[in-house]
Design a protein around this ligand. Structure first.
Ligand SMILES: [Zn+2]
Length: 390
């Protein structure tokens, strides 16, 4: 019976497969268009467990574009600010529906279906609400499979939960509790780099400043799962070599994005642009250039501009490295700087059309001005300034 809904789910997922590239977009598609094809089913039926496994597997295949999953599933279930992508945990979403169904009953919800539920499981739940059971109304000794499942989930939940007022929880609150009970789970990146404030990192990565095109690279970089040569070599991928695409060192994320001689002129350009907007002395450090842990920079506007510089430059480094490695395109460090400056100019032009004049000047007033509806870029955005870095 569930097979039809599953086919509907698969068709919808296939429809979206090539339309969406960013992680955040894919997560929204899963939560809104795709999962709704099956979740209505659990309001009154149970789904066989092998179907749940297949659905969960398809969700992750959709997110990564392959069967290999570099980040733990438990992490991806979490909220954006905690390092996850809000990928639906199908089993727990279903359990949350079951629980909310029983909570309505325990809270004396007024609806015709309540009389049926009292008949089926009023006796089993009388411990939590004595009014559910009465000798003057019929109660069944047989419990249907749907309510057997509901009661099983409910008993397990009662064991785990440590608060009294859980009966007032919404489905969302129940689900949040189920995927990470009492906030015990901490993503791996937090343990590997304890000095980085990852809450701030992920808030920055998912902020409006970061272009969705660049966000995937930033997200992977924060989790240290960019497919650099050393990463593939350590994971024993076929024919993987650990040497850098541009030089003779091992290609780790820190080497490629910060230390490599080929990419350092671009990093110096970013640093120069940051320096002319701020009075503080900042150097090229992993905290900013790898983990986006930008905070306390004076104003929200400055943070917005810095995040654009950092995310765009990381994106340029990664795409250029891939072009050199896979398409054998010849590039020089100057090409990276030119591409970066062009993307910044493009972003400024977009913001010029998008924002009000006051906001535009708050963000970009240090790098350009406008005359007769045209943008005049200052000399800092001329790539010839940066020839000395090469
Ligand atoms: Zn290198």
């Amino acid at each position: 019976m569930f097979n039809e809904s599953y086919i509907n789910f698969s068709n919808t997922l296939n429809l979206w497969c090539n339309k969406c590239k960013s992680f955040k977009g894919k997560s929204s598609v899963l939560n809104t268009y795709v999962l709704s094809k099956i979740l209505y089913f659990v309001q009154c039926q149970t789904i066989p467990s092998h179907y749940i496994n297949m659905i969960q597997k398809s969700c992750f295949k959709f997110i990564w574009g392959s069967v290999y999953e570099p980040i733990a599933r438990k992490t991806l279930f979490l909220d954006f600010t905690l390092g996850g992508l809000r990928v639906p945990n199908v089993q727990q979403r279903i359990n949350a529906f079951y629980l909310s169904h029983l909570f309505k009953l325990l809270n004396d919800y007024k609806s015709p279906w309540v009389y049926f539920t009292r008949y089926w499981i009023g006796m089993q739940l009388r411990k939590f609400n004595p009014s559910l059971h009465s000798n003057s109304e019929p109660h069944s000794e047989f419990v249907p499979s749907f309510y057997v499942e509901c009661l099983r989930v409910f008993r397990k939940f009662i064991k785990d939960v440590q608060t009294e007022n859980f009966k007032q929880w919404s489905v969302k609150e129940i689900y949040t509790f189920l995927i990470n009970p009492n906030n015990e789970y901490i993503p791996k990146c937090n343990k590997e780099f304890p000095l980085i404030d990852f809450k701030n990192t992920f808030r920055n990565i998912f902020s409006m400043a970061v272009d969705p095109v660049c966000r995937n690279t930033c997200f992977r970089l924060a989790h240290s799962v960019v497919y650099v040569n050393k990463y593939l070599y350590d994971k024993k991928f076929n024919h993987a070599k650990k040497k850098c695409t541009f030089c003779n060192c091992d290609e780790t994320a820190q080497h490629l994005f910060i230390d490599c001689l080929f990419t350092s002129p671009l990093n110096k350009t970013v640093l120069y642009l940051i320096d002319i907007l701020t009075i503080e002395n900042i150097n090229i450090n992993p905290k900013w250039f790898q983990f986006f842990d930008v905070k306390n920079v004076g104003s929200i506007e400055l943070k917005y501009v810095y995040l654009i510089f950092l995310s765009e430059s990381r994106h340029i480094i990664w795409t250029c490295r891939n072009s050199v490695k896979h398409e054998k395109i010849l590039l020089s460090p100057l090409d990276l700087i030119i591409k970066f400056i062009n993307r910044i100019k493009y972003r400024i032009t977009l913001d010029f059309h998008r924002l009000t004049q006051d906001f535009f000047y708050l963000y970009w007033g240090g790098l350009c001005h406008t005359t007769n509806e045209n943008i005049v870029f200052h000399r800092e955005l001329d790539y010839q300034n940066y020839l000395t870095y090469l």
